[in-house]
Structures are given as structure tokens and as C-alpha cells.
Design a protein around this ligand. Sequence first.
Ligand code: T1G
Length: 697
Amino acid sequence: MNATGNPAVTSVVTWANEGGIAVVTVNSPPVNALSAAVRGGLKQAFEAAAADPAVEAVVLICEGQTFMAGADISEFGKPPVSPSFREVQDVMEATGKPVVMAIHGTALGGGLEIALVGNYRIAVPSAKLGLPEVKLGLLPGAGGTQRLPRVVGVEKALALITSGDQVPAKEALKIGLLDALAEEGHLKRDALAFARAVLAEKRPLKRVGDLGDKLAEVRGKPEVFAEFRKANARKFRGFEAPEAIIRCIEAAVDLPLEEGLVFERARFEELKVGSQSAAQRHYFFAERQAAKVPDVPADTPLRDIQTVGVLGAGTMGTGIAMSFLNGGFRVRLLETSEAALEHGTGIIRKTYEGNVARGRMSDKDFDGRLAQLTPTLDYADLADCDLIVEAVFEQMDIKKQVFAKLDAVAKPGAILATNTSYLDVNEIAAATKRPQDVIGLHFFSPAHIMRLLEVVRGSETAKDVIATSMKLARRIGKVPVLVGVCHGFVGNRIHLQRQTQAERIVLEGATPWQVDAVLEGFGLPMGPFRMRDMAGNDVGWNRETSSSATVREILNEMGRHGQKSGAGYYDYDAGRKPTPSEISLKVIRDFAAARGIAQREIPDEEIFERCLYVMVNEGAKILEEGIASRASDIDVVWVTGYGWPVYRGGPMFWGELVGLDRISARLSELAALHGDSFQPAALLQRLAAEGKGFAQA
Ligand code: T1G
């Protein structure tokens, strides 16, 4: 028996009769995921409520931070346990009494699908609703593709389910997904009142499955789906789930509910056993794991960060400044000249003006953010900063000068961060008397857009500085990954291996466009040569010291700096459309000939293996050296920072899928052919020999 004298159903689901209304409560932290225990409890509670003559209506509500946030993802891959979603939903729909779903937090996935079999849905204004299964390489497998279009219409359902976007409660009310809004903080009170009103007014037991008007609007109009497919072809490229979702919504239009549910279940099961969903579920947990630092306790006290100083108002500095402005911080932006400072603040203003013009930012936010920005030429103005991020020129002597100055002006306890992409954070920290306060915050360009933040711990970085930086990253919408000090940390160090291979392969006879096509065919957003042309072939190139020592130097000496100069490895038209260039190919062939490099046809398979296997191998070395704590952290870096297709999980997850034994053996073959740079890492060889994965390292 529970406190109210009614039969407590399970430890995670209870119910009580409150004045003739059964209040069924789910309490399964942290997100009330619909585990087997929750599903079992719900089934029992609704069966009891349906059978109890003293119960006239039912309210389903959750304790804790949120309404049910979906199926328990950790249960996937394990044998199914009854009751299924369908069994629970059938019991709910068979109650025969008004069922009111009371929503707060995020009603997501299976949680929203449960809510959709209720007769009514009420939520607090701060609630959000969505079907994010597509982010896990899945589709809503408990009726979402069949019921959502019946409520909000086909076109809205297509957009919502293939994006996985969350809908704020007010918008959900507008599109019919909610029947009412409760007062913030009074969900249970207002849900009970709503249930009483339904009883008093004898309102019909509205059943979403019976709705058909919105489906009828598009029946016989296949163009609705064809246009949606066409408009999203680029975004969905390589992913399996979006097309499966579209087919399920087509089935909703053409089939009766029951048949549509069967069709949906079959498509769901197909996706669930596929490699894409395994990869995307891996990534879901990997991103959350990355926020946890093994040797820094979760309850480490944090330093209070209110005011942030940013040194350097170039591309990176302004992006970093906007990241913190967007996170609600006061920002002091320092430059060495009025002109540079004006240029930087101009970039910020123009970016925000663009956001307002596109309706992505309100005028109020525009004004508010600029009011929080203080441009300055004076280091002394950084004295009150709690965190100072340096984003000056990537040269060690300049960085050390800057940190010596910061050491002199920054208040005690201020965190001093460098945005360096490659350089030794320990050497920079040594330029101060407070190395324990120094850390690397490696943003990726454009810094206000890219979500990845490599947090680089120096050998003396204090644990509270690490904990503060990791939490701060999430506050400004970044995905933090803690990495150690080495050349290029994790992302760039692995990227360098792939780049080096790509450049060697074209010297041996392949073309840049062949290499790009192989890697883009794998799902990477851009091949190494198109990427180089886009970023600027001249990044890091020095005209004074350039000596035709590499193909890249020669191209730059010819003025072929990439897209921005209309030519790089590719030629570009006015619309920056790339076409293979005979000029750059000749440079490559002449360069190889001058060095006596034998030319041959290089198969795509060899390009694929040489470029991708060295990435897995470098990741294994990074793990051996302790530069990353987990293989999944490396996956997060590459998915979030370099566009590795999330449906392939990340280089380390993918490497295990290919087989570490196969990769290790192939690398040994390549080492015999092309030199020691291919030697498999000791860790890789050991795991391959032991038949283990990186998690068992
Ligand atoms: N299952 C299991 N664990 C989950 C979980 C889930 N659905 N959602 C979150 N967690 C864990 C998470 O791993 C972390 O654990 C803790 O909860 C806090 O998460 C049939 C099949 C709800 C918006 O995809 O979007 O329903 O690290 O750090 O920032 O059609 O979690 O503390 O040990 O993210 O406050 C569909 C996924 C499932 C929702 C909260 N649902 N979750 O964000 O906390 S598939 C989803 C989220 C499905 C049906 C199909 C977010 C959140 P730990 P957190 P948060």
C-alpha cells in the first residue's frame, strides 16, 4: 500500500484516487525513461484504475525533471521485456474513462507516444514535446508516425519527426498537440481541474487514432512527399531513418491505423538492428560520458564565472566572444589597435544583425548582447574578469608574452585559457606564476557555431579549473571533451594523419578529386582537398619563407589559395563551384616526377584504408598516451568537430565495427609497403590479438 492507501503498483509507478480521479505517478529518475519497470507499472495502474468503479477519470503525471523522455535507450540490444509499448497503450486506450496526460519538462519519443493515446494533453508553458528517435537512427516505434500526423497534419509531422525537433508547449497548443496549458508550477492542480471539467461537461473520449481529416487533406497527393524528399535530400544524405519515417507517414495516409501501426513497427525493428542506430545510440551516450572526467569528482566546487575577457578580435576571438555573449556573460574584448577592435566589434554586430534579419534573434536579445560587450585596448580592463580566453596569433612567443601580461593584471583565481589549436599548453602556463589556473579551451571555427570544445588540461591545471571549464562549455552550448597536451591534441592530431596520407596518395598517382570522392562517399562532409581549398590553402603559409618545398607551397606561390582566390587544388567559378584543375594536377605530377616518385593507379579501396585506418591507429596511440580518457571521447571529437557521420558512430566505434584485427593486419601490410608511419599501435595490436574492443583496453 502507498501513502494514500491505494495499491502502490511498483517502486517507479504509483497511483492514488483523488476525489474520483486516479492520479498515476511515474517516478523513475533521471528522466522517467520507459523502462520495463515503468511500462509494467503503468499497465498495472491503468488496469486497476479502469476496474475501480470509484475512478471516473485518470491523470498521468511524472515526478522529477520531466515527463517520460522516451524508451530506456540502455535497454536496446537486450531481449525485449513485457509489457511492450503497444500493450501499455492498448490498456490506456481501453480504460473507457477520460485520460489526461499532464506534461512538464520534455515529453519525448515513447513518452509523447504514450501521451498521444491519452484523450487529452495539458502541459506547463515551459514544457517541450518531440519525437527525437531519428537522432538515434530510429523512428517513433509506438505509433508516433501514425498518430502525430493525425493531430498536427502530414507536413508538420514530416518536419518534426525527421528533424527530431522539440516543440515548445505554446506552439504545441497552437498546432493541436496540447489541449490546454497549465499554470507554471501548478501542473497537477490544473490537470485535475481539467479532468473534472471533462467529466462535468461530459466531453467525448477523443481518440487520436480516430482522427482522419488531416490525413485526408494529402491523400492522393504524392507530390507532398516527393517535394519533402527533394527539399531534404542533402540533409538526409547517408541516413536510413528519415526515409523510413517518410514511408511510415505515407502509410498513415494510405492505411487504416492498425495496418499503419504494423507497418511502422516493422520499419522500426529494421532500423533497430541496423548499424546506423547502434552508432547513433553509441554517440548519444558517448557525448554524455565525455562530460565526466574520471579523476575530477562530479561535486568539485566550481569557480564563479560572470565576466569573460577575450584577447584578440579576429575570426576566432569574435566567435569566442559571441559564444559567451550568447551564454549570457559579460564580455570584455581586447585588441591592440582601434582599427582591429572596430573590425572585431563590427563582425559581432553584423553577425547579430544577420540573426535578427533571419528571425533567429529578437531585437531585445540583439540589444542585450551588445550591451554586455565592452571593447577595450587596455589590459587593465581585464582585471575583473573571472575567465580570460586568449585567441591571438598561433605563435608560441606571442602566446607567452600575452600570458605573462595576463599574469600581471588578472585577479587571483581568474582562469587563464588559451585557444591554441596545436601548441603546448604547459609551455604557455609556464609563462605565468599560476600554471594551476591555466587551461586550453580549443574552439573550432566558426567558434560561435561549432559545438565541439576541446578542453586541454595542462600538467598543473587545477581540478576545479577543469570542472569549471567543462560545466561552462555546456552553459555556452558546447560539447566539451577533456584532452591532454600533445601536438594537435585529439582532433587535429588525427586530422593531420589523414591529411598526410591524402597528400602522399596524390603524389603516387591518384588525383585530389578521387581522394575527395572516396571520403565523401564514406559520408564525410568534405574531402581533404576541397576542405583545404575552403579553409584557405594559405592558412599557416608564409610567403617570405615559402620555398616550393611542398605542392601546397607551390600552389600558394602561384596564388592558388583556394576558394577565396578562385583556384586552389580545384578551379572555382563565380559561385565557388569546384572543378578539377589540370593546372594543380600538373603541379602535383611535376613535383612527384622531380622526386622520382613512381606513379600508379591507386584503387579507391586503398585510398579508403590508408586515410581511415591511420585515423583509428592515431586514436589508439592517443589512448595509449592518455591524451584522451576514452575511445568514445575521440568519437565525440570527430563527430562534433569534423563532421564524421554520426550514423558511423565516430572513428573508434567504426574501427571496432570494421574489426581491430583487420585494421591492425592491414596496417602491418601497408607498413611493409609504405613505411613505418603505418605501424599499428601496440594497443591496437594487443586488442586485436585478444579480440577485445577499446572499452576493454
Ligand atoms: N534512456 C536512458 N537514459 C537516458 C535517456 C533515455 N531515453 N535519456 C537520458 N538518459 C540519461 C542520460 O544518459 C544521462 O545519464 C541522464 O539521463 C541525463 O541525461 C518507442 C524507441 C531528456 C532532454 O531520445 O534528449 O522513445 O549520464 O544529460 O541534459 O518510439 O536526456 O546521468 O548517467 O541528457 O537534462 C527517445 C533522449 C528514445 C530522449 C534531458 N527519447 N534524452 O537532457 O540530461 S527512443 C530520446 C534526451 C524511443 C520510442 C522510441 C535528454 C533529455 P547519466 P542528459 P538533460
